[in-house]
Ligand binder design. Structure first.
Ligand code: PLP
Length: 395
């Protein structure tokens, strides 16, 4: 067996299951889980109708590159959303079956050219970045983005020796778990470093459509456009319908950007065998073409965050994230203690923040935080918030 398999870490939810094993939630209160970032709002009717009509697609092998109508719909959406002059559906876009597999696969495609390759990731982070780097044979290098730096990575602190070894830089913007957004200045800096040191910026943007107010988060290709970096060299974005359109089970997203990377990535994907079924492609076209359901979705999240924050802000330091659907409060007790006591007293389950981070030089930037996903119906999120308020008020 590949010995690197043994270096993979257990997933955060497995650690959580072990943490609460043998503990009993309060039997008088039904359990509310704020742990998994799985959208619970309704899937758009137009997508479900299209899916049902296209079921005949199961009798065909789909191509890895995807049908032109899908790549066309994606191109039009991305151009509208990120104010791009051009995004070639033939060379600058590939459909993927969710960003998870694509983030993993791109790392296998990109790592291997340099000596002592590094995969550079924010910390805390989406655990696929780490597993992808490990299995590609790279070393992980974590950049802290905890409370001390206002939940941002300070890229100026990364030395050139690190950039020299870097092959993949993961940027998660909007960030899971903190919701922070990478700015134009940060992207300008990173693009220059990527050009100088020849690495790829992999921008995981799967939360980009969940935001509050009228200002949509900046995307990496949008930054390229503004900066006149028209060929998107060294830059890739990863987009998904999972959060934007409440379709986590459709397994549909795309990668777009540097055509010189997407060509060998397509070859890699042909062997990996992860083409999107034709009926999922048709349903995805319907989803990318419709913005109304996305606007409604944001309104539901906005109402939910407002209601929950009104209840929680008097008892804990908490604020609306810039984007995304997580709350990421700092705690005055350890995250595991908060999690287990809340579970036992109030039957509310949250994810300890230290499970989303790694300890580097004695510090885990996720510790003393918990992640709460506000994905359930508003009434359930409000009930959870009231129980957390009561829990904290007793302390
Ligand atoms: C930061 C981040 N990236 C990627 C994904 C994967 O999303 P999907 O594979 O559904 O597109 C998730 C899912 O929760 C996530 O939180």
């Amino acid at each position: 067996m590949n010995p690197l398999i043994h270096s993979l870490h257990p997933y955060p939810f497995q650690k959580l299951a072990e943490l609460i094993e043998g503990l009993t939630p309060n039997p008088e209160k039904p359990l509310i889980k704020l742990t998994i970032g799985e959208p619970q709002h309704d899937a758009p009717a137009i997508v479900l109708e299209t899916l049902a009509k296209s079921l005949g697609g199961v009798s065909k092998y789909p191509s890895t590159k995807g049908e032109l109508p899908l790549r066309d719909a994606i191109s039009k959406w991305a151009k509208r959303r990120f104010h791009l002059e051009k995004l070639d559906p033939d060379t600058e876009i590939l459909p993927v079956t969710g960003t998870r597999e694509a983030l993993f696969a791109i790392t296998q495609t990109l790592v291997g050219e340099k000596q002592n390759s590094l995969v550079v990731s924010p910390n805390p982070f989406y655990q696929i970045y780490e597993g992808a780097g490990i299995l590609a044979g790279a070393e992980l290098h974590f950049l802290p983005c905890g409370a001390e730096t206002n939940y941002k990575v300070d890229y100026q602190l990364v030395d050139d020796a690190t950039w020299q070894r870097c092959e993949v830089l993961f940027v998660c913007s909007p960030n899971n778990p903190s919701g922070s957004i990478t700015t134009l200045e940060e992207y300008a800096y990173l693009i220059e470093k990527a050009k100088t040191f020849n690495f790829t910026i992999v921008a995981d943007e799967c939360y980009s459509e969940i935001y509050f107010g009228s200002q949509a988060p900046l995307g990496l290709l949008e930054a390229c456009e503004i900066l006149g970096h028209k060929d998107y060299k060294h830059c890739l974005i990863f987009q998904s319908l999972s959060k934007r359109s409440n379709l986590p089970g459709l397994r549909s997203g795309f990668v777009a950007g540097d055509a010189s990377i997407l060509k060998p990535f397509l070859l890699y994907r042909t062997y990996q065998g992860c083409a999107m079924p034709i009926h999922h492609q048709d349903a995805s076209v319907a989803a990318w073409n419709d913005e109304e359901h996305v606007i409604k979705n944001r309104e539901i999240y906005t109402r939910k965050f407002d209601s929950v924050l009104e209840i929680l802000s008097p008892v804990m330091p908490i604020s609306k994230p810039e984007a995304g659907f997580y709350l990421w409060p700092k705690l005055s007790m350890t995250d595991e203690e908060f999690c287990t006591s809340l579970y036992q007293e109030e039957s509310v389950l949250v994810l300890p923040g230290s499970y989303l981070g790694r300890e580097v030089e004695g510090t885990n930037p996720g510790s003393h935080h918990v992640r709460m996903a506000l994905v359930a119906e508003e009434s359930e999120c409000v009930e959870a918030a009231k129980r957390i308020r009561d829990f904290l008020s007793r302390r």
